[in-house]
Write a protein that binds this ligand. Structure first.
Ligand SMILES: [Fe+2]
Length: 169
């Protein structure tokens, strides 16, 4: 009984002494893991479309998709490192990411520019909606650093969604 009590006390101790409770760290970690999982799916999908794109706007879209996945690559690194800053371990395998992701993968195959843009726009919009929820939860948990990081991420996805939308007629 006593040991059990002390175990449960142990599990509620924050892994890092930065003024956040273990619960707050867990809330942020859970949100960041979901974001990281979707970033991986979106990163690979964007590369997939960069490779398999066909159509008259190939050249401009090929370069545009490259800039989008480079931006995602940077964000992926920052999201995983943010998880580590909270004293938690980051998932590191595709199996873990696919289990946590809300976005769906697309198998390789030739794709027309308009179709690729519409799919990427939909995904960025979904990530934006997810981010709003996670921002709210981390804000309620009092984790200002993660909240601020996620708001920055939200803005970059809003910009990507706007640029993708602007390619559609
Ligand atoms: Fe390339």
């Amino acid at each position: 009984m006593t040991a059990k009590k002390s175990d449960s006390k142990q599990s509620h101790r924050s892994p890092v002494e930065i003024g956040l409770s273990a619960e707050a760290c867990e809330t942020s970690r859970d949100g960041l893991v979901r974001v990281l999982a979707d970033q991986h799916v979106l990163y690979l999908k964007t590369r997939n479309f960069h490779w398999n794109l066909i159509g008259p706007r190939f050249s401009s879209l090929h370069g545009f998709f490259e800039r989008l996945y480079q931006e995602l690559e940077k964000s992926i690194d920052e999201t995983a490192e943010r998880i580590r800053m909270l004293g938690e371990a980051s998932p590191g395998s595709m199996a873990e990411f696919l289990e946590q992701a809300t976005l769906k993968e697309v198998a390789g195959g030739r794709i027309k520019g308009e179709d690729a843009i519409a799919k990427l726009r939909d995904d960025h919009e979904q990530v934006i909606r997810n981010l709003r929820e996670v921002v709210e939860k981390t804000g309620e948990a009092g984790d200002a650093g993660t909240e601020d990081f996620l708001i920055g991420l939200l803005r970059s996805h809003e910009q990507a969604a706007w640029m993708l939308r602007s390619y559609l007629t």
